[in-house]
Design a binder for this molecule. Structure first.
Ligand SMILES: [Ca+2]
Length: 201
């Protein structure tokens, strides 16, 4: 049997998107879970938008009717001590921070739950914009909670944000320097609680 190593290498390097329903075509709440600081119909609305989307036939539309911090979350399986790129497309309408702090004036973007690891964010009214960030998983980490988010802690905002075509892919571990480590920034309630120090990169 002759193995085609170049073929195998090609397969190994093909990026696999770890996100289920990345384009919100289904938007099953068991896959994409809505989450909000002020979670009531007067403060936030989550909708599958069939008119405004980037690809397919739908996108998620999150509207903060009041000063709020809202998102839709999906937890994906990952391997420890690897680098992942999280990416997606964001569109906004009148996203404004009512109580925004001057140093952390965050709008709508992608992030990891319970961390300050996030993409660039959009404010005011913006057309579809591609955003991304890199994260290294911790030494005992097997999941990564990804949030499409409008607002942040202490950075509540009003306005509308759409998200579509979300991606989560393992990339070359040497992809760049200063990549934040999720395990070092996760909150105490995270299930993995890594206590051992990394033995190697
Ligand atoms: Ca879509």
């Amino acid at each position: 049997m002759i193995l085609c190593f170049s073929c195998l290498t090609g397969l190994a390097q093909a990026a696999t998107n770890l996100i289920s329903d990345p384009g919100f075509e289904t938007m099953d709440p068991s896959v994409w879970k809505p989450t909000s600081w002020q979670n009531n119909p007067q403060s936030v609305r989550f909708n599958k938008d069939l008119k405004v989307f980037r690809s397919g036939k739908a996108a998620v539309r999150i509207e903060n009717l009041k000063d709020n911090d809202s998102g839709i979350l999906q937890t994906i399986p990952v391997k420890p001590n690897r680098v992942y790129q999280i990416s997606g497309w964001v569109k906004t309408l009148k996203v404004q921070g009512v109580q925004s702090q001057k140093n952390q004036n965050i709008g709508a973007g992608l992030c990891l739950e319970n961390t300050w690891i996030h993409s660039d964010t959009l404010k005011n009214t913006q057309q579809w914009t591609f955003v991304k960030f890199l994260v290294r998983t911790g030494t005992a980490q097997t999941t990564l909670p990804i949030v499409c988010r409008i607002g942040y802690w202490g950075n509540t905002v009003k306005g509308v944000a759409w998200f579509d075509d979300i991606g989560a892919e393992m990339v070359d571990a040497s992809a760049g320097q200063n990549i934040p480590v999720y395990g070092a920034m996760a909150n105490p309630n995270a299930p993995h609680k890594a206590k051992t120090k990394p033995k190697h990169q």
